[in-house]
Design a protein around this ligand. Sequence first.
Ligand code: ZN
Length: 156
Amino acid sequence: MAIRDIVTGADNPVLRKKSREVRDINKHIHTLLDDMRETLKVEQGVGLAAPQVGVLRRVAIVEYNDEYYELINPKILTATGETIEEEGCLSVIGLRGRVKRPEKITVAYLDRNGKRRNIEVTGITARIFCHEIDHLDGVLFVDKMISETENTEKGE
Ligand code: ZN
């Protein structure tokens, strides 16, 4: 496994492109998933999308509350309710803000073995899923931000 560099900057064109669907889940995709997990661990994040490591494919991972998800070609099928919470992004350094997201979503995706799965997630987990899936369409949380919150990096 290898740690990959995170692409940063809300105006970075790599983060603004729509990622392509994965047609063939081969060893390159497995390496990508493994590297992304390693990178997420080092960065102490809760989710990472492939474009954030410069790969424009529809792949994302979420690791939150001792649960780990690998999402290939994820698609939100249903979304209900709404919550407003603070978010940040490993690609947008030094900025956090409140974003409105659904409370509950169901998502269809492929796992690393190519098996089609459906999952229902709620609360913060649903929020992270939505955030990562947005990345695959070139959308960043700053686009949806209602208001900026404190810059936690400055400890304010
Ligand atoms: Zn992000």
